[in-house]
Design a protein around this ligand. Structure first.
Ligand code: PMP
Length: 351
């Protein structure tokens, strides 16, 4: 801390991302990246952009990408917002769409960036307990609030909330924004984007980091009523007019257009997930039902932190969270088949 800091900076508790190790030979199953690379068409589009055009600023509205998203989901471009990773899209939503003076509601086991943004933007919040099956209880959210946010599937549990339960949450809070963070929706869930024409208070965010395997490019999207999108645009244009660079706009648009590659690689991850679940169960783990590209598993007799450390010694990195209710779980990203096998073999030697 120094005398040059604004007073609020000393109270900030920033988000701590999962480790990004420098050693390439580690089996990296800790930050939910996709083992299959981005669409070859996305890579070709970025190669084509890499040249003299980088002299020029990018399109501040990212129209090419918005059109690709709008076409994919059958919505209008005025219902689409794009940003530098869904973390940035979420930041703008926290900044401008949640009311102050009433608590923002989210589950008590959820994406740990939410309380960080609450701290940054001075938003009160209340974390509501999940039920015994680690599921969100829609009826708990029908209470006064300044907004509601949850990932679907939830993170880090992987548990999916069906659309009818999401509708009950929306109907219980018609006067506040309900944000459904669909970072992992493509691995087995049904998108709430289908509901945006029915509920003007619904905002759905997604990322290209997971199912489209572009975590390194940093692109996220939001879909919702044009009034919600307009608020995000105003905030974005008061912060950074060009959040997406030229490579990101063309690469992300091509990734959305390459539907065949997207579907085939998502299906490979889903198939591998079933194999990992079976392997973990054979080792005695209890695994929560996952609709994501990771599983959340605990061993009834073994300490999760010790297991994570043991795996690390064998070159396999998974994620362990210290929060009391989930401290006995490991969050394991679904990797390529040989990575998944390396994980199961390493666990076998530790048990
Ligand atoms: N939401 C959830 C639930 C996540 O797990 C993540 C990834 N850590 C994000 C949003 C952010 O993804 P990105 O910024 O890479 O788009």
């Amino acid at each position: 801390m120094s005398k040059f800091w604004s007073p609020f900076v000393k109270d900030l508790v920033p988000y701590v991302p999962g480790e990004q190790p420098k050693l390439a030979k580690l089996v990296k199953l800790n930050t939910n990246e996709n083992p299959y690379g981005p669409s070859p068409k996305a890579i070709a589009a970025m190669h084509a952009e890499l040249g003299d055009s980088l002299r020029l600023y990018p399109d501040p509205n990212s129209d090419r990408l918005k059109q690709a998203v709008a076409d994919y989901y059958g919505v209008s471009t005025v219902e689409v917002f794009v940003g530098n990773g869904s973390d940035e899209v979420l930041a703008h939503a926290f900044h401008g769409l949640f009311q102050h003076g009433k608590p923002l509601l989210f589950p008590d086991v959820t994406y740990s960036f939410y309380p960080v943004y609450c701290g940054l933007y001075g938003i009160q919040h209340e974390a509501l307990a999940l039920d015994e099956q680690f599921q969100i209880r829609p009826e708990d959210y029908a209470r006064p609030n300044g907004g509601i946010i949850f990932p679907n599937p939830n993170a880090p549990t992987g548990c999916l909330l069906p659309l009818d339960a999401i509708e009950r949450i929306l109907q219980g809070s018609p006067d506040s924004v309900v944000l459904v963070d669909e970072a992992y929706i493509d691995f087995g869930g049904e998108t709430a984007i289908k509901l945006v024409h029915k509920y003007p208070n619904l905002l759905v965010t997604q990322t290209l980091s997971k199912s489209r395997s572009l975590a390194g490019l940093r692109v996220g999207i939001a879909v919702g009523h044009p009034d919600l999108i307009e608020a995000l645009e105003r905030i974005k244009n008061s912060f950074n007019s060009y959040p997406l660079d030229r490579m990101a706009i063309v690469g992300a648009a091509a990734a959305f257009e390459d539907v065949d590659y997207f579907r085939a690689t998502c299906q490979q991850v889903i198939d591998s997930r079933e194999a990992v679940v079976a392997g973990l169960q054979a080792h005695g783990f209890e695994v929560l039902p996952s609709a994501a590209n990771f599983v959340f598993a605990r061993h009834p007799q073994r300490d999760a932190a010790t297991l994570a450390a043991g795996l690390r010694e064998q070159g396999v990195i998974v994620r362990h969270f210290k929060q009391a209710r989930i401290a006995q779980f490991l969050r394991i990203t679904i990797g390529a088949p040989e990575q998944n096998q390396a994980l199961l073999d390493a666990l076998g030697s530790l048990l």
